[in-house]
Ligand binder design. Structure first.
Ligand code: FES
Ligand code: FES
Length: 163
């Protein structure tokens, strides 16, 4: 390992990883550039659009605002880890059923915000859903179908499962 590198261990989408990284690398760069998980999108890069949302230890966070080093010892979920053995997660099913996707750029981030919400609040109210996705910008849908999709997903038993 080079002197200016640090070593981190984490689990991502159920897989354990040990990597040497530069101290200034962001979680976004680690996930998208190093691990090539391209579902996590970059919109603003400054914590304002939510396109880069991932779930860390059950909570939705902006990957562009975290250092990769902060992922050491944590459990990370990206949109690639939402399905289980090819079966869509209830959030994915509900987004499709409610036509909550148009161009799709915001969709992974919104799904991860929904995932974080349902981990913390398995039966959220409509206002809790709106608050949970308030950091996710969508230029296409008008949000109504997204809120409805999360309401539908919340009624399905496995939607809030932590793993
Ligand atoms: S890219 Fe992270 S919040 Fe916009
Ligand atoms: S579906 Fe296009 S930005 Fe949300």
């Amino acid at each position: 390992m080079k002197l200016d590198m640090i070593s981190i261990n984490f689990t991502i989408n159920g897989e354990k990883k040990k990597l040497d990284i530069a101290p200034g690398m962001t979680a976004f760069e680690l996930i998208r550039d190093r691990l090539e998980l391209k579902g996590t999108k970059e919109g603003c890069g400054i914590g304002e659009c939510g396109a880069c949302t991932i779930v860390v230890d059950g909570r939705a966070v902006n990957a562009c605002l975290m250092f990769a080093a902060q992922l050491d010892g944590r459990e990370i979920l990206t949109v690639e880890g939402l399905d289980r053995n090819g079966e869509l997660h209830p959030i994915q099913e509900a987004f499709a059923e409610k036509n909550a996707v148009q161009c799709g750029f915001c969709t992974p981030g919104l799904m991860m915000s929904a995932r974080g919400l349902l981990s913390e609040r398995p039966h959220p109210s409509r206002s809790e859903i709106i608050k949970a996705i308030s950091g996710n910008l969508c230029r296409c849908t008008g949000y109504q179908s997204i809120v409805e999709a999360i309401e539908v997903a919340a009624k399905r038993p496995v939607a809030s499962k932590k793993e």
